[in-house]
Write a protein that binds this ligand. Sequence first.
Ligand code: NAD
Length: 485
Amino acid sequence: MKQLPDLWFDATKCFINGEWVAPIGGEQLALTDPSTGAEIGSIARGKSADIDAAVAAAEDARHGEWGRMPAFEKGRILNRLGRLILTKTEELARLEAIDVGKPLTQARNDVIAMARYMEFYAGAADKVHGETIPYLDGYTVYTMREPHGVTGHIVPWNYPMQIIGRSVGGALTMGNTCVLKPAEEACLTALAFADLARQAGLPKGVLNVVPGLGAEAGKSLSNHRGIHHMSFTGSVGTGQSIQSAAAQNVIPVTLELGGKSPQLVFDDADIDAALPFLVNSGIQNAGQTCSAASRILVQRGVYDEVTSKMAAKYRELQVGPALQDLNVGPLISARQKDLVTGFLAQGNDLNIAATGEIIATAPAGGNYIAPTLYEDVAPDHPLAQNEIFGPVQTIIPFDDEAEAIQIANGTDYGLVASIWSQNGARQFRLAKALDAGQVFINNYGAGGGVELPFGGVGKSGHGREKGFEALYGFSKLKTVAALHG
Ligand code: NAD
């Protein structure tokens, strides 16, 4: 059995109250390398008793040293954590690459993004202020931003480091204590993060990590009565059950549930500038990206040019093991590969403009899918409507602006959109008209954007993470009205 690289933390345990502890039930889950299909180790199978212990530790911690710590001191800890993450860039990138199956360069970007979250939030920790409100004569009224208390974080396997950074980072900044349930498919960097947070000086119990299955540890956490806020990223179905659980406990919930994001390319666009964004946004992380631009809407005047240029790029794409650092790695699991293969079968009636290539030496047990670009797809085709979560893009032609808007807004989702056009008036019109949480003009998802509020509309979810907006979500507002005459 091929083993993981040497780790500086115990990947087989939970991290609760500042200690590495075996799951109470003593069970482990197999850890599989998506690049080979081989079992490479095991992780804790945390269950409800472990979640209980983690929530109790987080509850204690919020009344202790952390609760009394000045905001700027919290910021200093986050700053140290950011620096520690950067000193471990290569180790973390390798771990994420092996665990998720993402090419090393992409994993390295995720490490840097996680550090950036810590840096951004560190600086913001003492800058989220309340207001004074003019009221009746004889009153002084002001507002205070307070932590919710214990926050639950259920994260998926596609970008563990980035999503933990934006979610746990934001919650810690506002003084919450956290219980994190990483995905069973990829949780190594969540555990690494907990250990680095300990090294950075985060007090015991402020961050607790319980790996385990969604139906066990995840469900226990989302239903737990000791949680005061829940942040979830993942599928629509699971998001709905998380929201139901939050409704039972009457707590706020942030849901980020993916999308079917469009890029709109108009006749006056700079096609060559757009090209890398059009392709990378679809194949990055093998298309397993909530903000993947899986729909490319192209005006008919440049339709042939865009299609042939994208197809040429697709033919150059190489797919192989994560550590070979090619353009595209494997999908996370055999299950995800089956899901994507099922979608591709629904595209049998479509024209394939081009595919990428799985390298000949790719291990047979890896979860490889050749990137596939479909052309001339009708907007209501299942491949243009459903989130595929694989390296698959559809090109959809349109005639004019009105039709482009109608197609762009014509799915259940609304996470990200982009407009490629030199026409300033059109840029502003469309930025208003598009149903999405983020709209990019002549770029797409640039640079990760830890500063930029992010989240969706419709089935993409609700609530915002990243930027200062995240910090408002991870805190509750108290109004104080003093009558002093
Ligand atoms: P999922 O939503 O089931 O899993 C995401 C997280 O939720 C994991 O940590 C999982 O353990 C946990 N979870 C699962 N069931 C739970 C439950 N009942 N209660 C509490 N937590 C639970 O997603 P998946 O099954 O891994 O992937 C399926 C599809 O979801 C993908 O094909 C993709 O379309 C979508 N997805 C979206 C994102 C995103 O970033 N928005 C991420 C992953 C998957």
